[in-house]
Design a protein around this ligand. Structure first.
Ligand code: DC
Length: 230
């Protein structure tokens, strides 16, 4: 049976997860948030007292990192550390969304051993499902044969504004300037690392969401996907 895969890459705050979730629901595909997997490993390093900037320390942790995921009835991708819940794993779905974990995830994701460790987990999901997978290197490294590749971007100000509103809605009091600085630093790190840096695949469709409403983006992206998956 042929499974379709749609890769959505782009910088932080471009709307990848919102778009990917909406598109997956319209198409009946599985939405895979690969950033959540990096975040879970970042949280694990922090909880073990290992600096995310220490490649050797983080690499030594990998054999102990048991990262699992499942999809709740709410359709949400739940992330666990230490196994599935019935095996005593801890649900870290909420805990991985803090600014501290964002930075840790970005730092550990520059370590080649980390990327190699998580690669097969991501590919395996696409082997058995129609997927919309979002991240930084899906079209270039994880699923280079994806049926559709989209590079979703937006201006740094628009991306920071969205992230700021998201954090504020959760009661996080970080200032807009801090959010913009975090996003810019994360872009720098994600784009300039030597291991699978963030870049547009040659055969990806570039879509700049700055001037579109979320609904307009979904409509346009759906057209792009449907053109390539019939
Ligand atoms: O998409 P996100 O903000 O949740 O991702 C968190 C970090 O993980 C991001 O700064 C870079 C890294 N990441 C990555 O290197 N490759 C991916 N496919 C997904 C995320």
């Amino acid at each position: 049976m042929k499974y379709y895969s749609v890769a959505i890459d782009g910088p932080s705050g471009a709307g990848k997860s919102t778009m990917a979730r909406a598109l997956a629901s319209k198409l009946g595909y599985l939405y895979v948030d690969t950033g959540a997997i990096y975040r879970t490993l970042g949280l694990f390093a922090l909880s073990c007292g290992v600096s995310p900037s220490d490649p050797e320390g983080v690499s030594a942790l990998l054999p102990k990192a048991i990262i699992t995921m499942n999809y709740g009835e709410d359709g949400l991708q739940h992330m666990y550390l230490g196994g599935q819940p019935e095996q005593g794993g801890e649900d870290v779905t909420e805990a991985i969304r803090t600014p501290e974990v964002s930075t840790a995830a970005s730092k550990i994701s520059a370590i080649p051993a980390v990327r190699a460790f998580l690669l097969e987990m991501q590919r395996d999901i696409a082997r058995h499902n129609n997927v919309i997978m979002d991240g930084r290197d899906i079209g270039t490294a994880v699923l280079p044969q994806a049926d559709v590749k989209i590079f979703l971007t937006a201006s740094p100000q628009a991306r920071a504004q969205r992230r700021y509103a998201e954090l504020a809605a959760k009661g996080n009091a970080d200032s807009f300037e801090n959010v913009l600085r975090d996003i810019t630093e994360r872009d720098e790190r994600d784009s300039n690392r030597s291991a699978a840096p963030l870049r547009q695949a040659e055969d990806a469709v570039l879509f700049d969401s700055t001037d579109y409403s979320p609904e307009e983006c979904v409509e346009r992206l759906l057209e792009i996907i449907q053109e390539k998956t019939v």
